[in-house]
Design a protein around this ligand. Structure first.
Ligand SMILES: Cc1cc2nc3c(=O)[nH]c(=O)nc-3n(C[C@H](O)[C@H](O)[C@H](O)COP(=O)(O)O)c2cc1C
Length: 316
């Protein structure tokens, strides 16, 4: 107590008295950035007369944080917010200190759910950046490959973290196969016969189509007409395409093969809604140029080894 108000010299630094503010985690940052909270929390201690104010444990790498809400100093973006606090603390004749930190193996960000959340957010940002910056396709494909390779290294190191999730390539391949067989079944019902059975449609879609039809003709139990059947099938395909576009990473070669199958099946259904092409005189029914269906739009991988925007849109 005798020394509390006497100066303290620490190497080249002399504090006028010994009332300092210890580092205290505030759990108030996003991506390590200092906020108004930090300015007020630390600034008000400087206003109160502390000779020195220390920031909370401030992470030197993102994965070295104690919690996801810690302050950070691993990126240039962190400088501005921290600098603002330092300037204010100095303006109050206090000294500003920083506790640089790395939580080592205790860093909780390495838990499964955090790894998945971080990879998901990185993939989303990656896809946005590539789209927003209008990266030239060949260059984008190269970058995608690097992203996919980095992701694959991570997945190989921690397979248990990704198993069964939307970031598990094998689970994604199975999701794609399931969508393909759904659309191929519908396509098969259109191939060869125009009014064949509608068994390939999902029960809900079939029921919806029947109800629509029954309401139109005011008879419950009426047969679904061809137009309703085509529209219902195309609704089903649109849903499948939306699900397809959300599927996460799969190996590029697998993605390409499965996308081809998916697009082919989508095209059959898109073409079922087109008026028949007039056969030119003197040519047989197979001699015409055929119709180009929707659902054919080739796409690049749609981001880091994503399923891509396969299938295009079905014309109704
Ligand atoms: C809310 C809170 C957050 C804290 N965060 C940190 C921290 O980020 N880094 C650290 O070294 N200590 C942290 N501590 C410990 C304090 O810095 C301090 O050492 C402890 O409260 C003991 O205080 P004393 O030295 O006045 O007895 C924290 C303490 C509290 C109460």
């Amino acid at each position: 107590m005798a020394h509390l108000f006497s100066p303290l010299t620490l190497r080249g630094l002399t504090l006028p008295h010994r009332i300092l503010v210890s580092p205290m985690c505030q759990y108030s940052s996003t991506d390590g950035l200092a906020t108004d909270w930090h300015l007020v929390h630390l600034g008000s201690r400087a206003v109160g007369g502390a000779s020195m104010v220390l920031t909370e444990a401030t992470a030197v790498t993102a994965d070295g944080r104690i919690s996801p809400k810690d302050l950070g100093i691993w990126h240039d973006d962190h400088i501005e917010g921290l600098g603002r606090i330092v300037r204010f603390v100095h303006s109050q004749s206090s000294l500003a200190g920083i506790q640089i930190a790395h939580a080592g193996r205790k860093a909780p960000l390495a838990t499964s759910s955090n790894v998945i959340a971080r990879v998901r957010s990185l993939r989303a940002r990656w896809q946005q950046e590539i789209a927003a910056r209008g990266v030239e396709p060949a260059r984008a494909a190269q970058l995608d490959q690097r992203f996919a390779a980095a992701f694959e290294r991570l997945r190989a190191a921690r397979p248990e973290v990704f198993a069964g999730t939307d970031l598990d390539p094998e689970a994604n391949r199975q999701r794609m196969e399931a969508l393909i067989s759904r659309v191929e079944k519908i396509a098969a019902s259109f191939r060869g016969s125009s009014a064949s059975d509608d068994a390939a449609l999902s029960p809900t879609t079939r029921l919806a189509a029947m109800l629509k039809e029954a309401l139109a003709s005011n008879t419950i139990g009426g047969k679904v007409d061809e137009g309703s059947r085509v529209r219902a099938a195309q609704d089903d395909v649109r849903q499948a395409q939306a699900s397809w576009s959300r599927i996460g990473p799969v190996p590029e070669a697998v993605r390409r093969t499965l996308t081809d199958r998916f697009q082919r099946a989508c095209r059959v259904i898109a073409e079922a809604g087109q008026p028949p092409v007039a056969t030119p005189p003197g040519r047989g029914p197979t001699g015409g140029p055929g119709r180009t269906g929707g659902g054919g739009g080739a796409s690049r991988s749609g981001g880091p080894s994503g399923a891509g925007r396969a299938g295009g849109s079905v014309r109704s």
